[in-house]
Design a protein around this ligand. Structure first.
Ligand SMILES: [Mg+2]
Length: 279
Protein backbone atom coordinates (compact mmCIF):
# COMPACT_ATOMS: atom_id res chain seq x y z
CA UNK A 1 0.00 0.00 0.00
CA UNK A 2 1.54 3.32 -0.95
CA UNK A 3 2.00 5.66 1.94
CA UNK A 4 0.86 9.19 1.36
CA UNK A 5 0.82 10.56 4.87
CA UNK A 6 3.70 12.73 5.91
CA UNK A 7 3.96 14.20 9.37
CA UNK A 8 6.00 16.85 11.10
CA UNK A 9 9.31 15.77 12.59
CA UNK A 10 8.09 16.67 16.08
CA UNK A 11 5.53 13.84 15.80
CA UNK A 12 8.31 11.24 15.43
CA UNK A 13 8.56 9.14 18.60
CA UNK A 14 10.95 6.20 18.98
CA UNK A 15 10.83 4.40 22.34
CA UNK A 16 14.26 2.75 22.24
CA UNK A 17 16.33 4.08 19.39
CA UNK A 18 19.23 1.72 18.59
CA UNK A 19 19.89 1.98 14.84
CA UNK A 20 20.14 5.10 12.70
CA UNK A 21 20.29 4.40 8.97
CA UNK A 22 21.17 7.45 6.87
CA UNK A 23 21.60 8.43 3.25
CA UNK A 24 24.64 10.68 2.66
CA UNK A 25 24.30 13.06 -0.34
CA UNK A 26 22.02 16.02 0.35
CA UNK A 27 20.79 14.31 3.52
CA UNK A 28 23.93 14.51 5.62
CA UNK A 29 25.67 16.95 3.30
CA UNK A 30 24.84 20.43 1.98
CA UNK A 31 26.09 21.58 -1.41
CA UNK A 32 28.38 18.55 -1.36
CA UNK A 33 30.00 19.32 2.00
CA UNK A 34 29.76 17.47 5.29
CA UNK A 35 29.42 20.42 7.68
CA UNK A 36 30.74 20.41 11.23
CA UNK A 37 27.32 20.26 12.90
CA UNK A 38 26.23 17.23 10.83
CA UNK A 39 29.49 15.39 11.52
CA UNK A 40 29.18 16.24 15.18
CA UNK A 41 25.59 14.87 15.15
CA UNK A 42 27.01 11.53 13.96
CA UNK A 43 29.34 11.49 16.97
CA UNK A 44 26.50 12.45 19.31
CA UNK A 45 24.53 9.44 18.07
CA UNK A 46 27.58 7.24 18.58
CA UNK A 47 28.16 8.54 22.13
CA UNK A 48 24.49 7.88 22.89
CA UNK A 49 25.02 4.21 22.04
CA UNK A 50 23.11 4.40 18.75
CA UNK A 51 24.58 2.49 15.83
CA UNK A 52 24.85 4.61 12.68
CA UNK A 53 24.73 2.89 9.29
CA UNK A 54 25.13 5.09 6.17
CA UNK A 55 23.17 3.72 3.19
CA UNK A 56 24.36 5.33 -0.02
CA UNK A 57 24.80 5.11 -3.76
CA UNK A 58 28.43 6.18 -3.25
CA UNK A 59 31.19 3.80 -4.32
CA UNK A 60 33.24 1.15 -2.57
CA UNK A 61 36.26 3.46 -2.32
CA UNK A 62 34.28 6.03 -0.35
CA UNK A 63 32.71 3.36 1.86
CA UNK A 64 36.11 1.99 2.79
CA UNK A 65 37.14 5.45 4.02
CA UNK A 66 33.83 6.10 5.80
CA UNK A 67 33.97 2.81 7.70
CA UNK A 68 37.50 3.51 8.86
CA UNK A 69 37.16 7.18 9.79
CA UNK A 70 33.53 7.95 10.76
CA UNK A 71 31.81 6.75 13.96
CA UNK A 72 29.71 4.15 12.14
CA UNK A 73 28.78 0.51 12.65
CA UNK A 74 28.84 -0.36 8.94
CA UNK A 75 28.30 1.20 5.50
CA UNK A 76 25.94 -0.03 2.79
CA UNK A 77 27.20 1.23 -0.58
CA UNK A 78 26.53 1.35 -4.30
CA UNK A 79 22.77 1.20 -3.71
CA UNK A 80 22.90 -2.06 -1.79
CA UNK A 81 25.56 -3.89 -3.81
CA UNK A 82 27.51 -4.53 -0.61
CA UNK A 83 28.08 -3.63 2.99
CA UNK A 84 31.39 -3.16 4.80
CA UNK A 85 31.74 -3.61 8.55
CA UNK A 86 34.34 -4.57 11.09
CA UNK A 87 34.14 -8.25 11.80
CA UNK A 88 34.76 -7.83 15.52
CA UNK A 89 31.46 -6.01 16.03
CA UNK A 90 28.95 -7.52 18.42
CA UNK A 91 25.24 -6.97 18.05
CA UNK A 92 24.50 -6.58 21.75
CA UNK A 93 27.20 -4.15 22.84
CA UNK A 94 28.74 -0.91 21.66
CA UNK A 95 31.19 -1.72 18.90
CA UNK A 96 34.79 -1.80 19.99
CA UNK A 97 36.36 -0.64 16.75
CA UNK A 98 36.09 2.99 17.83
CA UNK A 99 38.29 3.48 20.84
CA UNK A 100 39.57 6.79 22.05
CA UNK A 101 42.42 5.24 24.02
CA UNK A 102 43.77 2.36 21.95
CA UNK A 103 43.16 0.62 18.65
CA UNK A 104 42.33 -3.06 18.70
CA UNK A 105 43.38 -5.27 15.79
CA UNK A 106 40.47 -5.32 13.37
CA UNK A 107 39.49 -6.76 10.04
CA UNK A 108 37.08 -5.31 7.52
CA UNK A 109 34.29 -7.68 6.51
CA UNK A 110 33.03 -7.08 2.95
CA UNK A 111 29.70 -8.66 2.10
CA UNK A 112 28.70 -8.49 -1.58
CA UNK A 113 25.34 -9.24 -3.18
CA UNK A 114 26.97 -10.80 -6.27
CA UNK A 115 30.00 -13.02 -6.82
CA UNK A 116 33.18 -11.65 -8.34
CA UNK A 117 32.48 -13.43 -11.64
CA UNK A 118 29.00 -11.92 -11.82
CA UNK A 119 30.48 -8.49 -11.14
CA UNK A 120 32.94 -8.89 -14.04
CA UNK A 121 30.22 -10.02 -16.43
CA UNK A 122 28.01 -7.11 -15.41
CA UNK A 123 30.81 -4.60 -15.96
CA UNK A 124 31.04 -5.57 -19.64
CA UNK A 125 27.30 -5.01 -20.06
CA UNK A 126 27.48 -1.68 -18.21
CA UNK A 127 30.28 -0.49 -20.51
CA UNK A 128 27.91 -0.93 -23.48
CA UNK A 129 25.22 1.08 -21.70
CA UNK A 130 27.74 3.83 -20.96
CA UNK A 131 28.64 4.12 -24.65
CA UNK A 132 24.99 4.37 -25.63
CA UNK A 133 24.22 7.04 -23.00
CA UNK A 134 27.11 9.25 -24.13
CA UNK A 135 26.06 8.85 -27.76
CA UNK A 136 22.43 9.76 -27.15
CA UNK A 137 22.32 12.21 -24.21
CA UNK A 138 24.51 15.24 -24.74
CA UNK A 139 25.94 16.74 -21.56
CA UNK A 140 25.68 13.57 -19.46
CA UNK A 141 28.96 12.79 -17.71
CA UNK A 142 30.65 9.85 -16.08
CA UNK A 143 30.44 10.33 -12.29
CA UNK A 144 33.83 11.46 -11.03
CA UNK A 145 33.80 8.64 -8.48
CA UNK A 146 33.17 5.95 -11.11
CA UNK A 147 36.78 4.71 -10.89
CA UNK A 148 36.21 3.50 -7.31
CA UNK A 149 32.93 1.70 -8.07
CA UNK A 150 32.68 -2.10 -8.10
CA UNK A 151 29.06 -2.84 -8.90
CA UNK A 152 27.35 -0.09 -10.82
CA UNK A 153 27.61 2.66 -13.43
CA UNK A 154 26.98 6.22 -12.21
CA UNK A 155 26.03 8.89 -14.72
CA UNK A 156 26.47 12.47 -13.54
CA UNK A 157 23.66 14.91 -14.34
CA UNK A 158 24.44 17.61 -11.80
CA UNK A 159 27.57 17.15 -9.67
CA UNK A 160 30.35 18.10 -12.11
CA UNK A 161 28.35 18.77 -15.28
CA UNK A 162 25.79 21.41 -16.20
CA UNK A 163 22.47 20.26 -14.77
CA UNK A 164 20.42 18.17 -17.20
CA UNK A 165 16.65 18.53 -17.64
CA UNK A 166 14.18 16.05 -16.20
CA UNK A 167 13.49 14.59 -19.65
CA UNK A 168 17.23 14.05 -20.25
CA UNK A 169 17.55 12.34 -16.87
CA UNK A 170 14.54 10.15 -17.73
CA UNK A 171 16.23 9.26 -21.02
CA UNK A 172 19.31 8.01 -19.12
CA UNK A 173 17.07 5.83 -16.95
CA UNK A 174 15.37 4.51 -20.09
CA UNK A 175 18.67 3.37 -21.64
CA UNK A 176 19.51 1.38 -18.49
CA UNK A 177 16.04 -0.19 -18.44
CA UNK A 178 16.14 -1.06 -22.16
CA UNK A 179 19.24 -3.14 -21.40
CA UNK A 180 17.49 -4.92 -18.52
CA UNK A 181 19.38 -3.02 -15.81
CA UNK A 182 17.93 -1.34 -12.73
CA UNK A 183 18.32 2.44 -12.49
CA UNK A 184 17.80 4.90 -9.66
CA UNK A 185 17.95 8.68 -9.62
CA UNK A 186 19.78 10.32 -6.72
CA UNK A 187 20.13 14.07 -6.27
CA UNK A 188 23.20 14.11 -8.55
CA UNK A 189 23.57 10.79 -10.40
CA UNK A 190 21.63 8.11 -12.20
CA UNK A 191 22.98 4.81 -10.91
CA UNK A 192 22.36 1.65 -12.90
CA UNK A 193 23.22 -1.97 -12.20
CA UNK A 194 22.42 -5.57 -12.99
CA UNK A 195 21.00 -7.84 -10.34
CA UNK A 196 17.96 -7.81 -8.11
CA UNK A 197 19.52 -6.02 -5.15
CA UNK A 198 18.63 -2.64 -3.74
CA UNK A 199 19.28 -0.68 -0.55
CA UNK A 200 16.37 -2.24 1.36
CA UNK A 201 17.35 -5.78 0.47
CA UNK A 202 20.93 -5.18 1.60
CA UNK A 203 19.70 -3.64 4.86
CA UNK A 204 17.79 -6.85 5.51
CA UNK A 205 20.86 -8.93 4.70
CA UNK A 206 23.00 -6.73 6.97
CA UNK A 207 20.53 -7.27 9.83
CA UNK A 208 20.60 -11.05 9.32
CA UNK A 209 24.37 -11.44 9.06
CA UNK A 210 25.80 -8.61 11.13
CA UNK A 211 23.14 -7.92 13.75
CA UNK A 212 21.91 -11.53 13.74
CA UNK A 213 18.32 -10.28 13.74
CA UNK A 214 15.44 -10.04 11.29
CA UNK A 215 14.76 -6.54 10.04
CA UNK A 216 11.25 -6.84 11.49
CA UNK A 217 12.85 -7.15 14.95
CA UNK A 218 14.78 -3.89 14.63
CA UNK A 219 12.30 -1.76 12.65
CA UNK A 220 10.67 -0.26 15.77
CA UNK A 221 14.10 0.65 17.17
CA UNK A 222 15.36 2.23 13.95
CA UNK A 223 15.16 5.44 12.01
CA UNK A 224 15.96 5.95 8.32
CA UNK A 225 16.63 9.38 6.85
CA UNK A 226 16.99 10.23 3.16
CA UNK A 227 16.28 12.95 0.60
CA UNK A 228 15.32 11.63 -2.82
CA UNK A 229 13.46 9.04 -4.93
CA UNK A 230 16.36 6.58 -4.63
CA UNK A 231 15.44 6.30 -0.93
CA UNK A 232 11.82 5.42 -1.71
CA UNK A 233 12.01 1.73 -0.84
CA UNK A 234 13.44 2.64 2.58
CA UNK A 235 10.77 5.28 3.16
CA UNK A 236 8.32 2.45 2.69
CA UNK A 237 10.18 -0.28 4.63
CA UNK A 238 11.03 1.72 7.76
CA UNK A 239 8.31 2.48 10.29
CA UNK A 240 10.22 5.64 11.22
CA UNK A 241 11.29 7.06 7.86
CA UNK A 242 12.29 10.70 7.68
CA UNK A 243 13.19 12.92 4.75
CA UNK A 244 15.01 16.21 4.85
CA UNK A 245 13.03 19.08 3.38
CA UNK A 246 14.65 18.90 -0.07
CA UNK A 247 12.38 15.89 -0.72
CA UNK A 248 9.57 18.38 -1.40
CA UNK A 249 10.36 18.76 -5.12
CA UNK A 250 10.13 14.97 -5.67
CA UNK A 251 7.06 14.18 -3.55
CA UNK A 252 4.44 14.46 -6.27
CA UNK A 253 6.15 11.76 -8.36
CA UNK A 254 6.78 9.35 -5.50
CA UNK A 255 4.63 6.35 -4.59
CA UNK A 256 6.10 5.70 -1.15
CA UNK A 257 6.63 8.88 0.78
CA UNK A 258 8.59 9.39 3.99
CA UNK A 259 6.50 9.36 7.16
CA UNK A 260 8.16 12.53 8.51
CA UNK A 261 9.74 15.61 6.93
CA UNK A 262 12.23 17.95 8.59
CA UNK A 263 11.79 21.75 8.62
CA UNK A 264 15.19 22.30 6.94
CA UNK A 265 17.09 20.91 3.97
CA UNK A 266 20.17 18.64 3.85
CA UNK A 267 22.56 18.49 6.79
CA UNK A 268 20.51 21.03 8.75
CA UNK A 269 17.49 18.72 8.55
CA UNK A 270 19.71 15.82 9.58
CA UNK A 271 20.85 17.75 12.67
CA UNK A 272 17.23 18.69 13.50
CA UNK A 273 16.34 14.99 13.43
CA UNK A 274 19.23 14.02 15.71
CA UNK A 275 18.43 16.89 18.09
CA UNK A 276 14.80 15.81 18.23
CA UNK A 277 15.65 12.15 18.87
CA UNK A 278 18.31 12.81 21.50
CA UNK A 279 16.20 15.41 23.34
MG1 LIG B 1 20.71 11.54 -1.28
Amino acid sequence: MPNNNTNKLTDLKVDTLKYFFTDIDDTLTEEGKLRDDAYSALWRLYHSGIKVIPVTGRPAGWCEMILRTWPVEAVIGENGGFYFSFSNANSETQTDHISETKREPQKVHREFWMTEDEQKENRLKLNKIQDEIFKTIKGAGLASDQFCRLMDLAIDFKEDVLELSKSEIDKIVEVFKNHGAQAKISSIHVNGWFGDYNKSKMIKKFCKIHLKKDFSDINEKSVFIGDSPNDEENFSMFKNSVAVKNIDVFLKNMTDKPKFITPSEGGKGFVETVNHLLE
